[in-house]
Design a protein around this ligand. Structure first.
Ligand SMILES: NC(=O)c1ccc[n+]([C@@H]2O[C@H](COP(=O)([O-])OP(=O)(O)OC[C@H]3O[C@@H](n4cnc5c(N)ncnc54)[C@H](O)[C@@H]3O)[C@@H](O)[C@H]2O)c1
Length: 477
């Protein structure tokens, strides 16, 4: 990245300052108008996006609609319907010592925000957060991933058409562009990507004490117990795993299956794959519904994980075919993976599904708790006691019971990770709040109780303060 590019980034950032101050008091109607302009420009380019996704990694139009347009349109629909309500200051009752005051929480724009996005859902992970940022009244600079160049170029054109650079700007590029942006004192950084880069982003944010939302990844574990509806488990799990060819932050990473149902579960999975993508390896490779791995580097990485597992004695149950030139890896189920295989410790992020047999649920829970906290956790079971046990004794960003991945699409749920899988939440009102500062405002009246706490501290005053402190031992009404 040359000096001129750095100057261009800095100029956009500087220009956004005046806009951010002006937008601090912006009304819901103005913000909605901006979001609508974005929506209309986006929908006008529907066909162009199909072509861009085809060119970047052969993603089918159906998956572009379901996993790129749909989440962005859901964000927009929520903003249009609820922004006025979200923006309203929330009134709060006074606590004992605050009798005689009025309290509220105001939602203020954070100011100038930076959105850095990954390649796996390049449109929805740029424009989804952008909708929340605009709804909350912020200006934004976006840095999409360099790995999906056709989609990034199309998004850059849309942003340049819809917004002047002092409102929203998009800069394409790789690490140097990120680095130049991360030098700037943004008010908030919304980063989606890997935990290792998330740490770099948080370190950079710390230099300016910028707040952060980190939407990270990790190995999302999956459990199919002995009581699970195996057909439902196979249908939903094969969808969540092979959507976008496994390149989904919340994709089931590996599956623990109770030994008593493993054979039946694995053959149900194979039957679902054959019915959806083709009866044999050749037909599956021709399927227009299987997205390709994003590039050759990632295909080699995945082929390496598979080869390492096989070398150590793992067995391919279904799939296993690799064509590096075409960035193709067949939907693959692998069994009998020995401890120490890299596939059991690295985030897979591709169409390989390790199947791990278990006998004791406690051992599965212990294994999950010994690993970094995942972004998602899934359990298929019809025994409530097992479901409760898994949900109570583990931690993860989100979870589904008898399904997977779908919680991402539920606009009323917060979406985010915990520790290694992230911090903060996105989507709907949670996204609006991520991009807002919750400002506490207290308004006093001449009759407020706290006046009795002012000096001089006579013995009578001390007695009164003690009485108030003691009253806090009483239960709240
Ligand atoms: N939690 C979520 O919502 C979510 C969604 C999608 C993907 N992910 C995670 O993202 C990862 C895959 O995406 P990726 O490979 O694009 O992630 P990544 O962390 O490599 O890159 C993400 C973004 O950061 C930039 N970047 C890369 N290296 C950088 C550096 N050293 N300094 C500054 N910026 C840098 C990239 O250009 C890209 O724009 C997986 O771990 C996946 O689980 C999480």
């Amino acid at each position: 990245m040359n000096e001129a590019d750095v100057q261009q980034i800095k100029a956009a950032f500087d220009a956004q300052q005046a806009t951010a101050l002006r937008w601090r008091a912006s009304a819901a109607a103005e913000r909605i108008a901006r979001v609508k302009r974005l929506r209309d420009a986006l929908m006008a380019q529907r066909e162009a996006f199909y072509a861009a996704f085809e060119s970047d990694y052969r993603k089918s139009p159906a998956e572009v609609e379901a996993s790129e347009f749909l989440p962005v349109m859901e964000e927009i629909r929520q903003v249009l319907g609820a922004l006025k309500r979200w923006m309203k200051p929330r009134r709060h009752w006074p606590t004992t010592t605050m009798l005689g005051t009025y309290a509220s929480v105001q939602y203020q724009p954070r100011g100038r925000v930076l959105i850095i996005a990954p390649w796996n859902y390049p449109l929805s992970l740029c424009f989804g957060p952008l909708v929340s940022a605009l709804a909350a009244g912020n200006t934004a600079i976006i840095k999409p991933s360099e790995m999906t160049p056709a989609v990034s170029a199309l998004m850059a054109r849309i942003i340049a058409d819809v917004f002047p650079a002092d409102e929203v700007a998009l800069f394409e590029g790789s690490q140097p562009t990120s680095h130049a942006l991360l030098q700037l004192p943004f008010d908030h950084i919304f980063f989606t990507g890997s935990p290792s880069v998330g740490k770099l982003v948080m370190t950079a944010a710390a230099q300016h004490l910028a707040s952060v939302t980190l939407e990270l990844g990790g190995k999302s574990p999956t459990i199919v117990d002995e009581t699970a509806n195996l057909q439902l488990a196979a249908e939903t799990l094969m969808w969540g795993k092979f959507l976008n060819n496994g390149q989904t932050c919340v994709a089931p990473d590996h599956v623990y299956v109770h030994a008593s149902v493993k054979a039946a579960f694995v053959s149900a999975c194979r039957a679902v794959l054959q019915q959806r993508y083709g009866a044999d390896a050749a037909a599956q490779k021709q399927s227009p519904d299987l997205t390709r791995v994003v590039n050759q580097r990632h295909t080699q990485r995945l082929a390496g994980l598979l080869a390492d597992a096989l070398q150590r004695g793992a067995v391919v149950h279904t799939g296993g075919e690799v064509d590096e030139a075409q960035c193709y890896i067949a939907p693959t189920l692998i069994e009998q993976i020995p401890a120490g295989a890299a596939i059991l410790s690295e985030e897979i992020f591709g169409p390989l599904l390790p199947i791990i047999e278990y006998r004791e649920l406690d051992q599965v829970i212990a294994a999950i708790n010994a690993a970094p906290k995942p972004l998602a956790l899934y359990v298929w079971s019809t025994r409530q006691a097992n479901i409760d046990k898994v949900l109570k004794q583990t931690s993860s960003g989100g979870a589904c019971v008898n399904h997977c991945v779908a919680h991402f699409a539920h606009g009323n749920l917060p979406f985010g990770g915990v520790n290694n899988s992230g911090m903060g939440s996105a989507h709907g009102e949670y996204g609006f709040k991520a991009f807002s500062h919750e400002r506490a405002v207290l308004r006093a009246s001449p009759l407020m109780l706290i006046k009795l706490f002012f000096p001089p501290y006579t013995s009578g005053r001390l007695r009164l303060i003690r009485m108030v402190v003691d009253s806090l031992k009483l239960p709240m009404l």
